[in-house]
Design a protein around this ligand. Structure first.
Ligand code: NAI
Ligand code: MG
Length: 353
């Protein structure tokens, strides 16, 4: 009997609903050829559901997805529902309750894509941003005082634990051993005087545990400049929740478009299903127009297959994406092409065979 993976799909809002079906079709196309099956459970969790029920997902939402092998998510967020409500009502509880502490975001200049950086080719841009995904700056500790007065005050506490910091750094160093053996840490220990010196200390301790990897650290401000000026310096970049978030939009921009950027939210110990989602959001500005780039969703699907142990099928999907990007007629507009979502999708499926 061929293995059948149980995958929870949450298309979400906006272009999530346009690109997730493309990723599902792409997975089904390679599944047939690589001898496995997929059983989908679809969840309508979204801002639309929030408008109807007052919740992004049911109270037992996390329990409903827990029994699956993986979760495939589009994006959540839509005008009319505050962004912190949609994010904290769905994605953040999933990340935390499933302990998806490693957010892994590859940045690669794919064949057929032109970087906005002059003179850069595929050999220059190939790195992975590893973002700490469950603590750090994204914490609900804090509050507001004196609402609406001229003494109005807001404060928010960042949380960095030794366990949380060490495990994300170990993940980054281990990943570097499978690549070019370099890890860069994003810090800001000059300006942020408690948490970031601690982050640096834990980075030094991780370096000592992994002497065969070459570590370096950069303050986040100059690191953003280096991403633009010297993308070829980077192999694995490890950052806190906030810094990793920012770097993983900047990275794909230098590699052509946010429309191609994939992400995995991993529980590396596999205690819980991992969650796979494109880096991009719901893109309300283009939603419903049928022009969203489906590549991020398909590349994300490839990361999911790789995590499930279907490395060959994953490689086949990425190769199909690269073939589809070679011609402007099968690339979407964000990559200077003329294709809409469906014709770009058709080209990917055709390349899968
Ligand atoms: P966004 O990623 O949705 O859009 C940024 C820009 O990139 C827009 O101009 C959009 O048209 C373009 N873009 C994004 N994906 C594209 C694609 N596949 N093809 C072509 N163009 C693409 O980020 P934004 O505008 O900051 O957020 C929009 C909504 O999405 C907000 O409600 C936000 O909270 C939510 N969001 C959700 C995320 C998630 O669920 N993981 C992640 C980021 C944002
Ligand atoms: Mg982001």
């Amino acid at each position: 009997m061929a293995k059948t993976y149980r995958i929870a799909s949450i298309p979400g809002d906006g272009i999530g609903r346009e690109v997730i079906p493309v990723g599902q079709r792409a997975i089904e196309a390679v599944a047939a050829r690589h001898g496995f099956g997929v059983a989908w459970t679809e969840f309508d969790w979204s801002c639309e559901r929030y408008a109807e029920t007052g919740r992004m997902m049911p109270e037992d939402g996390v329990a409903q997805v827990k029994g699956h092998d993986a979760i495939y998510l589009g994006a959540v967020g839509y005008p009319g529902v505050a962004d912190h409500v949609s994010l904290w009502g769905l994605l953040i509880p999933l990340r935390r309750e499933l302990d998806l502490y490693a957010n892994v975001r590859p940045v690669r200049l794919l064949r057929g894509v032109t970087s906005p950086l002059a003179g850069r080719g595929p050999e220059d841009i190939d790195f992975v941003v590893v973002r700490e995904n469950v603590e750090g700056e994204y914490s609900e500790i804090g509050g507001r005082l004196y609402h609406g007065t001229d003494q109005e005050t807001a404060s928010q506490l960042s949380v960095f634990t030794r366990r949380g910091t060490d495990r994300i750094m170990d993940y980054a160093f281990e990943l570097a051993k499978t690549r070019r053996g370099k890890v860069a840490s994003a810090t800001k220990s000059n300006g942020i005087v408690h948490t970031m010196p601690f982050w640096d200390e834990r980075f030094a301790a991780a370096q000592a545990r992994h002497p065969e990897v070459t570590g370096a650290q950069f303050h986040i401000d100059i690191l953003t400049a280096h991403f633009v000026l010297h993308p070829d310096w980077f192999d694995v970049v490890v950052g806190s929740n906030l810094f990793g978030d920012i770097l993983s939009d900047l990275g794909p921009a230098v590699a052509g478009s946010i429309g191609i950027a994939p992400a995995a939210n991993l529980n590396p110990e596999r205690m819980f299903p991992s969650l796979f989602e494109p880096v991009h959001g719901s893109a309300p500005d283009i939603a419903g127009q049928g022009i969203a780039n489906p590549v991020a969703a398909v590349w994300t699907a490839a990361m999911m297959l790789d995590h499930l142990g279907e490395a060959e099928a994953a490689r086949a999907l990425i190769a199909a994406v690269e073939t589809s990007l070679e011609r402007p007629e099968t690339r979407t507009r964000d990559l200077g092409g003329t294709a809409d979502t469906l014709s770009a999708a058709a080209a990917i499926l055709e390349a899968v065979g």
